[in-house]
Design a protein. Structure first.
Length: 477
């Protein structure tokens, strides 16, 4: 067979044929190409017209016209320390030149150091000894938590909350309450049993928080009163469930914050019935609520903590779980119990270590709570001026603004969607400037503006955020 001596030349021609000149091609042409070659299976096309961004810094994204967009969601709370944070970026750059790749079957200093800081942080703040197991994405860490629970308890059925979101892999979808994430993927025989979350503004039981005496958690407790609830055997003292997966504050569910005492009651129910408590901190971890982990705001200690997102400030992905020693010790969760090629990757661990060191150098508990209180008070004032705002609430810099009809209660997805789209257009005129506004919409009825700004946001930027929200609401209603 003759040798093709023009092979490299052919490849060069093919490369030239498919390569785009990003310096000259228009956004309009790129959108046309994207429409042909990119899957719509991700979340880009939630927006009517997807937006291109060119640069970022601090609390802002910048489009190709250099228009600044104040970001009040920071990539689903993945960029807690702000865009283009040079301290974190430099740690990643240094690691690229030092040890950019390493199979996770080998050790490197940054992995051990990061695990040490995380484990000691949990021990210091919650008083429990445990170990860290790394992975890449949040949903993969949830999968690892599910494996650990199954290995520990031998059970595949879980409890989870209505409104809860834990990811879109098959296992994580089974404990995520939205049916639409499972609908097209066959039967889920191990689907969790979902119970109502303590959503006090829209209590599913029609109760008032002032007088309900935690009625909702008592309905969970009722599942274990006798054997005919279908979940409990009083003779063997065994429950059907391996674990209860929670978010202290629901992320995608709309930043719903439970009443005081709720989780203490729930933790006791789990403990009394041999059910592990798994705390998903993927959105609320790393000082979003003014604590390293949001669970520290409650007087309980979970059996497992799942973390990700902000650990690397949105740079090289890294996630993981912390679990109590009794469940994750080498004799219980030995080599190969779970594995991912890029888990504990050297770029991610170096970046995560820089993030943890930044937290150690600064008092984010103080500053996040101060800024959160300031922002929440501003939102309450905004609510007094717009009847369409039904509820505002917050813990630290995890804040919510629920958009309603004029009665202040009936959900208005239409208004929330309009606000989201208008912010992305980048044509807001304020203080003599043209800006955009990055919002995210969540909640059970897709009517909640969830606010997760940079932890380094300034009071001046908070004031600007309120002015922009005021303007958008006025234009959209």
């Amino acid at each position: 067979m003759p040798v093709n001596t023009n092979k490299s030349q052919d490849n060069t021609l093919i490369a030239k044929d498919v390569e785009l000149n990003l310096d000259t091609i228009s956004e309009e042409d790129l959108l046309k190409i994207e429409n042909e070659v990119c899957s719509y299976g991700d979340t880009v096309h939630y927006a009517d017209k997807p937006k291109f961004f060119e640069t970022c810094n601090g609390s802002y994204l910048y489009d190709t016209n250099n228009t600044p967009y104040l970001d009040l969601q920071m990539w689903y709370s993945a960029v807690n320390l702000g865009y283009n944070n040079q301290t974190i970026n430099n740690a990643l750059k240094k690691q690229i030149d030092k040890l950019p790749q390493l199979a996770c079957q080998y050790l490197h200093k940054e992995k051990v150091s990061l695990a040490y800081m995380l484990a000691r942080g949990v021990e210091r703040n919650l008083g429990a000894k445990g170990r860290i197991h790394f992975n890449v994405g949040g949903a993969q860490a949830v999968e690892d938590a599910l494996k650990l629970v199954r290995k520990t308890t031998g059970k595949s059925k879980m409890l989870a909350f209505e409104g809860g979101y834990h990811g879109r892999t098959l296992g994580a979808s089974a404990i995520t309450s939205s049916y639409r994430y499972r609908e097209h993927y066959g039967e889920f025989g191990d689907r969790a049993e979902f119970v109502p979350f303590p959503y006090c503004f829209r209590c599913p039981y029609g109760k008032k928080v002032e007088s309900c005496e935690l009625f909702c958690v008592k309905q969970i407790e009722r599942k274990f009163e006798h054997e005919y609830t279908g979940t409990w055997n009083p003779k063997t003292k065994k429950a059907e469930f391996g674990a209860f997966f929670i978010e202290v504050i629901q992320g995608t569910g709309g930043y719903v914050i439970p009443p005081k005492g709720y989780y203490e009651y729930l933790a006791k129910i789990c403990r009394d019935h041999g059910i592990l408590l798994v705390d998903d901190e993927i959105q609320m971890g790393f000082f979003r609520t003014g604590k390293l982990f949001a669970i520290e705001n409650e007087n309980i200690v979970p059996d497992v903590i799942v973390f990700g997102k902000a650990l690397t400030n949105g740079l090289n992905p890294l996630s993981g779980i912390w679990a109590k020693e009794e469940y994750i010790s080498p004799d219980k969760f030995g080599p190969g119990s779970t594995h991912s090629t890029f888990s504990s990757n050297s770029l991610g661990t170096a970046t995560g270590l820089a993030v943890m060191q930044e937290f150690a150098r600064n008092d984010y508990t103080k500053t996040v709570n101060e800024k959160g209180k300031y922002f929440l008070n501003q939102l309450k004032d905004l609510k007094s001026r717009h009847k369409e705002i039904g509820d505002v609430d917050g813990l630290g810099l995890a804040l919510r603004m629920e958009m309603c009809q004029m009665d202040g209660f009936t959900p208005s997805r239409t208004l929330a969607d309009k606000m989201f789209q208008m912010g992305l257009e980048g044509n807001l005129k304020i203080q003599g400037k043209t800006l955009g506004l990055i919002l995210d919409i969540g909640g059970y009825y897709k009517n909640v503006v969830t606010l997760a700004p940079s932890l380094n946001i300034t009071n001046e930027e908070i004031d600007l955020a309120i002015d922009l929200l005021d303007l958008i609401i006025s234009k959209c209603k």
